[in-house]
Design a protein around this ligand. Structure first.
Ligand code: EPZ
Length: 417
């Protein structure tokens, strides 16, 4: 298995270009199942989750015409299979995004239940109840969701919890349902807004994206999708923190500053200089920074996907920081690894108290999930001495060319087999 070796202590300097958003492209790829024709998606990062989704779509009968330089051409005319098998869903939960589109397109779906994961239980109950409210018959058997329906019907549905993929799944199903669907307490993440906009360009009638209430008038069919994926806000935030934690000076190019505003404000509150230049952000971490508190929340709150990286930064802050995780119940696995580097973090339930220490030291570390891995990379960049991070396949799921990008900024980082 691959490992990443980092010789820490250096300052990152220069410019980094942000890639297309993984969590935006996955729902768009699933949405191609709603169409029968040649879909084109540009700006696609060739990360492992994208490859897994492509494999799933190919299994379902879609044909990848090409995938070159971030441009996917996907022909969905021949979609005829309705099973998302355990092997794929267990490696990537976002595979469940095909549930709504398959029911809408084929009237049938068999999608494996993903089971628990490293950051929490993450059930699909809200997806399932919503589809039932739209008339689908759903049964759970032998670890699979079996769904069938003659024609999905519009409904009014309230999400008990804000769910990103839940909102995407029901929005896609409702796009081809008969009549009007109203989704209350819907997710407002940029990835959800983008999906609504792209579906509308393909002929859907969705209103209210970016608010709590989505109103969707079903249409009989959609045209193929043709879109360009926007820059990844979590990758953006990760490089912002990389600049800050190494006391560096980095220009983060090709990003959407608005999407990382909560992080920007928290970094500034801590004493880090962040300049917004429209489509780029300039982060300077020359001055010492202080501990600040964060609470993760659905968008536009502080992103749970940046909590682990922010915690790594806070381990080196002056004073204390309280980190409250409200989105997932078990998303502090990185704390124990950071403590092995000399950090001072106490976790109790959903709260982590981070007392800043003067220095971290390199160690042998193990990645547990995608963003936890990123936090270990950041801590290792700032630590004295060498760190080795194993199970780096987590990083490959969502960060395009991370070692290359960091190397170009001056990091001493390489991969061993
Ligand atoms: C999406 O996951 C992202 N994944 C996650 O990014 C991200 O952490 C998460 O949203 C929150 O922002 C993709 O977009 C592919 P949720 P998702 O449903 O949709 C509970 C990364 O690192 N819930 O919004 O699966 C759930 O357990 C990944 O890139 C139910 O109880 O998350 C959680 O506590 C990790 N029942 C909360 O809602 C349901 O039916 C929010 O989860 C659905 C969700």
């Amino acid at each position: 298995m691959d490992k990443i070796v980092i010789e820490g202590g250096g300052r990152l300097e220069g410019a980094v270009v942000i890639s297309g958003a993984k969590n935006a492209v996955l729902p768009i790829m699933a949405a191609t199942l709603l169409t029968a024709g040649q879909n084109e998606i540009d700006g696609v990062p060739r990360v492992r989750d994208v490859i897994t989704m492509l494999r799933l779509l190919n299994d379902l009968g879609a044909r990848t015409e090409s995938f070159e330089r971030g441009h996917i051409v996907l022909d969905t005319s021949g979609v005829n299979n309705y099973e998302a098998p355990y092997e794929l869903v267990s490696t990537m939960r976002a595979s469940c995004l095909v549930l709504g589109p398959l029911l809408a397109r084929l009237g049938r779906a068999k999608v494996s239940l993903p089971g628990g994961c490293a950051i929490g239980a993450r059930p699909l109950d809200l997806h399932i109840r919503g589809l039932e409210a739209m008339g689908a018959e759903i049964r759970l058997e032998q670890g699979y969701i079996y769904g069938s329906v003659k024609q999905l019907k519009g409904t009014r549905y309230y999400f008990d919890t804000v769910t990103v993929t839940g909102t995407a799944n029901l929005m896609m199903a409702a796009a081809l349902a008969e009549g009007e669907t109203v989704l209350e307490n819907a997710a407002k993440e940029p990835e959800v807004v983008f999906l609504a906009d792209v579906l509308n360009q393909a002929g859907a009638k969705i209103e209210g994206q970016g608010t709590d209430t989505l109103v969707i008038q079903g249409v009989p069919s959609l045209k193929p999708i043709d879109c360009r994926i926007f820059p990844d806000r979590i990758e953006t935030g990760t490089y912002m923190i990389a600049a800050a934690i190494t006391r560096g000076d980095v220009e983060i190019q090709n990003c959407v500053p608005l999407h990382v505003e909560p992080l920007t404000l928290k970094l500034r509150q801590a004493g880090i200089i962040v300049d917004n230049n429209g489509t780029s952000l300039h982060v300077n971490g020359d001055s010492p920074f202080e501990g600040v508190n964060i609470t993760t929340q659905p968008y536009p709150g502080f992103a749970t996907d940046l909590q682990a990286q922010f915690m790594a930064l806070m381990t080196l802050a002056k004073g204390q920081s309280i980190i409250f995780e409200t989105v997932f119940e078990n998303r502090f696995m990185h704390a124990a690894e950071l403590n092995r580097m000399g950090a001072d973090i106490t976790v109790q339930g959903h709260t982590a108290v981070v007392s800043g220490v003067g220095q971290l030291s390199g160690a042998q570390l193990m990645a547990t999930d995608l963003r936890a891995s990123a936090s270990l990379v950041l801590a290792a960049l700032a630590a004295t001495g060498e760190s080795t991070i194993s199970r780096v396949y987590h990083i490959d799921r969502g960060y395009l060319d991370m070692e290359e990008k960091l190397s170009r900024l001056g990091a001493k980082i390489f991969r061993t087999k």
